[in-house]
Design a binder for this molecule. Structure first.
Ligand code: C2E
Ligand code: CA
Ligand code: CA
Ligand code: CA
Length: 278
C-alpha cells in the first residue's frame, strides 16, 4: 500500500508538472495567436419568430492553431480571463465583429444586429465604454446594430455593473442578458439594468418536448420579459418541435443548429438571401 501510495504521489506530481507546463505553453501560444492571425470569428444567425427574416448574428470566437488544431472558446477563454489576455482579445473581437457587420451593410444587405460576448474582466475594465465608442467611430457602424452580451455573473457588483451598462447604453448599443436563468438574482438585475434582450439558456430548451416543467419555465420567462418590455431570444434550438413550441408561446428570436451552426462570414450572405423570398 505504501508503494502504491508513493507511486500515486509521483504520478500525481508528474501530472501536475505537465499541467503547469501545458498551461504555460498554452498561454504563450495564445499570446502569439493574436499577432499571428490565428483567431477568427464565426457567426451564428438569429431568426425572427415568424421565420421570415435574419435579424442578427452572434459572433463566436475560434482559435485555429497549427499544433493544437481548432481550439474552442471553452478551452481558452478561461485562461485568457486569468492572464488578462482577454482584454486585447476582447477588443479584437468587438472590432472584427463591427467591421464585419459594416461590411455586410456596405454590400447592400438590410442591417442586422451583431451580438458580441463580453467576459467579466472585460466588462469591469475601466474604459470599456470609451473603447467601444472608439471602435464604433473607427468602423463607422451605427451603434444600434451592435449588441453586447453579458451574463448574470457579471452583475455581482451591482453598482458598478449598473454604471457600466448605463455608459454603454448612452452610446446607443443594445444589451443582452445571456444564459438567462442559470445565474443568481436574475429578477433584481432585470429591475435595475437597461436590458434589451434576454437569452433563454439552452439548458431550458433541450428537453422542451418531454419536460413540462421546462415548458412552464420558458413560458414564464417569456411573460416576464414581455411584461418588462424585453425581447426574448431562445438559444440552442435544435429541432422543429422546439421551434414550434417557442414560436407558439411568443418567443421573439430563435438561434440554434435547427437554423444554422455558427459559420464563417463568407457563408452569411447566402443564408440571408435564402430568407429574402420567404
Ligand atoms: P454562449 O455565449 O452561450 O454561446 C452559445 C454556444 O452554444 C456556442 O458555443 C454555440 O456554438 C453553441 N450552440 C449554438 N447553437 C447550438 C445548438 O443548437 N445546440 C448546441 N448544443 N449548442 C449550440 P461556443 O461557440 O463553443 O462558445 C462557448 C462559449 O464561449 C459561449 O457561450 C461564450 O460564453 C464563450 N465565447 C464564445 N465566443 C466568445 C468571445 O468572443 N468572447 C468571450 N468573452 N466569450 C466567448
Ligand atoms: Ca452568448
Ligand atoms: Ca448563451
Ligand atoms: Ca454559455
Amino acid at each position: 500500500a505504501k508503494l502504491l501510495g508513493k507511486n500515486n504521489f509521483q504520478f500525481y506530481q508528474g501530472n501536475m508538472r505537465n499541467k503547469v507546463n501545458e498551461n504555460f505553453e498554452m498561454e504563450s501560444m495564445l499570446r502569439k495567436a493574436l499577432e499571428q492571425d490565428e483567431l477568427l470569428l464565426v457567426y451564428q444567425p438569429q431568426v425572427n419568430a415568424s421565420g421570415n427574416n435574419v435579424v442578427g448574428v452572434e459572433a463566436l470566437i475560434r482559435w485555429k492553431n497549427e499544433k493544437l488544431g481548432m481550439v474552442s472558446p471553452g478551452e481558452f477563454i478561461p485562461m485568457a480571463e486569468e492572464t488578462g489576455l482577454i482584454i486585447p482579445i476582447g477588443e479584437w473581437v468587438i472590432r472584427t465583429a463591427c467591421l464585419q457587420n459594416k461590411a455586410w451593410q456596405n454590400q447592400g444587405f438590410e442591417p442586422i444586429t451583431m451580438s458580441v460576448n463580453l467576459s467579466i474582466r472585460q466588462f469591469y475594465q475601466s474604459n470599456l465604454a470609451a473603447k467601444v465608442e472608439e471602435i464604433l467611430l473607427e468602423t463607422g457602424l451605427n451603434p444600434v446594430y451592435l449588441e453586447l452580451e453579458i451574463t448574470e455573473s457579471m452583475a455581482m457588483q451591482a453598482d458598478t455593473a449598473t454604471k457600466v451598462l448605463n455608459d454603454l447604453k448612452k452610446l446607443g448599443v443594445k444589451i443582452a442578458m445571456d444564459d438567462f436563468g442559470t445565474g443568481y438574482s436574475s429578477l433584481n438585475y432585470l429591475r435595475n439594468f437597461p436590458i434589451d434582450h434576454l437569452k433563454i439558456d439552452q439548458s431550458f430548451i433541450r428537453d422542451i418536448s418531454q419536460n413540462e416543467e421546462d415548458q412552464n419555465i420558458i413560458t414564464s420567462i417569456i411573460a416576464l420579459g414581455h411584461n418588462l418590455n424585453i425581447k426574448l431570444v431562445a438559444e440552442g434550438v435544435e429541432t422543429k418541435e422546439q421551434r414550434d413550441f417557442l414560436v407558439e408561446n411568443g418567443c421573439d428570436v430563435l438561434q440554434g443548429y435547427y437554423f444554422s451552426r455558427p459559420v464563417e462570414h463568407s457563408e452569411i450572405p447566402a443564408f440571408i438571401r435564402s430568407f429574402l423570398h420567404i
